[in-house]
Design a binder for this molecule. Structure first.
Ligand SMILES: Cc1ncc(COP(=O)(O)O)c(C=O)c1O
Length: 451
């Protein structure tokens, strides 16, 4: 299996980016629970024919959709080691917790946050944003909020209109309500309009509501825009609000000497959510929450129960445990693949991956601008390029994208920019080269009628 998987990663270019599952195969996964076992060697054969060819495709250099990381072989092997250890990293005194703390300290240092910053690894930024919002709720309501819920506290949060959907979801799941999230309009650079934010906070205070949280986006999912985090930090401090940064993929720009300035101000955040499974190329899943004040993180999640009591010595030592820093009790050894990936490749190489992706995005933007048939639909701040095809309706654009995906050639995604369906390319995978970008543009032009 290991030899095959190394060969698989080495030979990705010869494979389709993605292919739809044949209907019979899809149906075959509605079988009943197996009553007797199957030989693992035969099962591996089934994996090779029924599973391996039909996965998402985000390891492929021509996968450009959404914001999917490409993974790396060291992380893959670390998953094997973690599986063999089968450590439960919810707590107790063992090396898995030490590795996780090391990873959290590296993440805080990467973003310029204080050394005492605490954190926890989670599935992804959706969970990390949710947990950050719970910390902000704790700061606003204290222990009573945990015991009695939000009651009639009229908590209000603010994020840009370009914020990820998980911020809305977090408000909903935290019991505060999605309607209590103010979506502040964007300016011409797709950044949150700070004057509009200031006005919204003043209007809410005047109406007797209780602003508690500003969420800045560092790398928006649509177009890769960065809010002015310094201005948001200033405003949050002046208004005494929790300042959270959703840096799901943008956080890794901190490792790039040329793009790190985009993150200026993130070091002042009360909390940050980001993913190692995106630009850091760790295999899924590997989300991270950082919280500036360790006491608030612990106060937000800790519970005391006799069957989980910590002890001064022995295996029940080693507090604080991750189960008191987030919602999960049983947790896998996620930290190992992150620690091994960062150690194997080093910060400078990961920063170079960020720069490479951004340079490819600029190359794509330049080809779009040079063409008289393609139109750039948003500024390219980072690694995301949104463009349209002159004179083509949304339906034609959607069909073109689906054709490219179904033929296994390229996997871009789509989004809506100013009411128009855009082809969206996010270059996250370290395997993508300029030849892939050129082939993509050439193929689109080949399929697009000349006007
Ligand atoms: C800006 C932003 N926030 C949050 C998320 C959600 O992250 P995850 O998919 O890891 O839950 C994404 C995902 O692409 C994102 O781009």
């Amino acid at each position: 299996m290991m030899d095959d998987m190394i060969d698989h990663l080495a030979g990705l270019r010869d494979l389709p980016v993605w292919q739809p599952m044949p209907p019979a195969l899809r149906k075959s996964f509605a079988a009943g629970l197996p009553q007797t076992g199957t030989d693992p060697a035969a099962l591996y054969g089934e994996f090779q024919t029924r599973i391996q060819p039909y996965v998402t495709g985000n390891t492929h250099p021509r996968f450009f959709g959404w914001v999917h990381g490409g993974g790396n072989a060291v992380s893959m092997l670390a998953e094997l080691l973690a599986g063999a250890m089968n450590a439960n990293c919810g707590g107790r005194d063992h090396v898995g917790i030490a590795v996780e703390r090391q990873v959290i300290a590296w993440a805080a240092a990467m973003l310029g946050m204080p050394a005492q910053t605490s954190g926890v690894l989670l599935t992804g930024s959706s969970m990390a944003n949710f947990c950050a919002l719970l910390c902000a709720r704790y700061q606003a309501l204290g222990p009573a909020g945990r015991a009695q819920g939000i009651g009639d506290a009229k908590l209000i949060a603010y994020a840009s209109a370009g914020a990820h959907r998980c911020v809305t979801g977090a408000m909903d799941m935290a019991g505060i309500g999605a309607d209590s999230l103010r979506k502040i309009p964007l300016d011409g650079n797709f950044q949150m309009d700070i004057a509009a934010l200031r006005d919204a906070i003043a209007a809410d205070r005047a109406a007797g509501l209780a602003p508690f949280l500003i969420v800045g986006t560092a790398g928006s999912v649509d177009v890769g825009a960065f809010d002015d985090l310094t201005a948001l930090a200033d405003l949050a401090a002046a208004e005494r609000l929790w300042f959270h940064a959703d840096a799901a993929f943008g956080a890794l720009a901190a490792l790039s000497p040329t793009h790190a300035t985009l993150l200026r101000g993130i070091e002042r955040a009360d909390s940050v959510a980001f993913d190692f499974h995106k630009w850091a190329q760790v295999t899924y899943d590997a989300g991270c929450l950082l919280v500036r004040d360790p006491l608030i993180q612990r106060a937000t999640f800790a519970q005391s129960t006799s069957y989980l009591a910590a002890a001064p010595r022995g295996l029940a030592g080693g507090e604080p445990w991750p189960c008191d820093l987030g919602p999960d009790l049983s947790r896998g050894f996620r930290a190992l693949k992150i620690w091994m990936t960062l150690s194997a490749h080093g910060a400078a190489k990961l920063g170079a991956v960020v720069d490479h992706g951004c340079a490819l995005a600029q190359h794509l933007a330049a080809r779009i601008i040079a063409s008289n048939r393609l139109e750039l639909l948003a500024p390219v701040a980072l690694n995301i390029v949104c463009f349209g095809i002159s004179g083509q309706h949304d339906e034609a654009v959607a069909n073109l994208v689906a054709d490219l995906q179904e033929e296994g050639l390229f996997a871009p995604s789509t989004t809506t920019i100013n009411g128009r369906l855009a082809i969206r390319v996010a270059i996250v995978n370290h395997r993508t080269e300029q030849t892939d970008i050129d082939a993509f543009v050439d193929e689109i032009l080949r399929r697009t009628p000349k006007s």
